[in-house]
Design a protein around this ligand. Structure first.
Ligand code: HPA
Length: 276
């Protein structure tokens, strides 16, 4: 089956399993799945029941597609995402984004747990992603371009939509959320970085780093979706006295940002709903 046919089959499955037709999708990263509790869930579909979707193998990623409402507005949410380090291909990781586009999603909101590179950041901070640096060893658009899905050479100058960032600026000011704003460096993992690698990421312009998000955001841009992204800072990488980093610590520290993230995403959904 061709990729196009697979996307259409997957979309047909979702349309059959839910009556909701959201235009906003949310990807919940490591330790951020509990945001789903804020959603008034109407339909839950495990990834393994959706044709073409792979299952998340990582602890803290539950692997369900949720349909529900947030403050009365319909949303789709991926509770758990797929990572390159799990052994999936770039096409498999980004397949859900292709299906979102076919489904009618206009805005994609992504979140991740990330290491902090900016010395001003502390665990629990939320960073609005204004741009990214792609250090993955493979590109999700490598190979023949499928014109129906997007252009051969996608523009990435507005990869994280400036209009959506402006909306988050307004929310930040109005609710005094003390949000940071910076550049996300995406790497393949699964190792955390050496001290020298953290320093290198800082030197090339990074404020946070992690093992996800970049592939999905590239494909979302290819597909013409507007993207809004946040990093939740779960550990700080630039300190010379850095203690070891563990997945448990990362999960634990994302909890610090849970309430603030819920406020931000809810307000963003309300603001986006007016423009899509
Ligand atoms: N590096 C890469 N990925 C991460 C980190 C980190 O320090 N923290 C959470 N995800």
């Amino acid at each position: 089956m061709s990729l196009l046919e697979e996307i259409k089959r997957s979309n047909a499955c979702l349309k059959e399993r839910t009556k909701l037709r959201p235009r906003i999708a949310i990807v919940l990263g490591t330790g951020l799945g509990s945001f789903a509790d804020k959603i008034n869930v109407v339909d839950t579909i495990p990834y393994n029941e959706i044709p073409g979707f792979k299952t998340s193998t990582v602890q803290g990623h539950s692997g369900k597609l949720l349909f529900g409402t947030l403050d009365g507005i319909e949303v789709m949410a991926m509770q758990g995402r797929l990572h390159y380090y799990e052994g999936y291909t770039m096409q498999e990781i980004t397949f859900p984004v292709r299906v979102m586009k076919e489904f009618g999603i206009k805005v994609l909101m992504v979140s991740n747990a990330a290491g902090g590179l900016n010395p001003d950041y502390i665990p629990g901070d939320i960073m609005i992603i204004k741009d990214h640096i792609n250090l993955f060893p493979e590109h999700p658009l490598h190979g023949p371009n499928i014109e129906e899905l997007g252009v051969r050479f996608p523009d990435m100058s507005n990869a994280y939509d400036k209009k959506l960032i402006a909306l988050s600026d307004e929310i930040n000011q109005r609710l005094s959320l003390n949000l940071k704003k910076g550049v996300y460096v995406g790497t393949q993992g699964p190792t955390f970085e050496t001290l020298s690698e953290y320093r290198y990421f800082r030197i090339i312009g990074g404020d946070s780093c992690g093992m996800s998000t970049v592939p999905e955001v590239i494909v979302a841009n290819h597909a013409g979706l507007s993207v809004f992204g946040v990093s939740v800072i779960s550990n700080v990488g630039v300190d010379a006295n850095l203690s070891n980093v563990t997945h448990e610590e990362v999960q634990q520290n994302t909890l610090l940002a849970q309430d603030k993230l819920a406020v931000l995403f809810t307000e963003m959904v309300k603001a986006c709903h007016k423009i899509v």
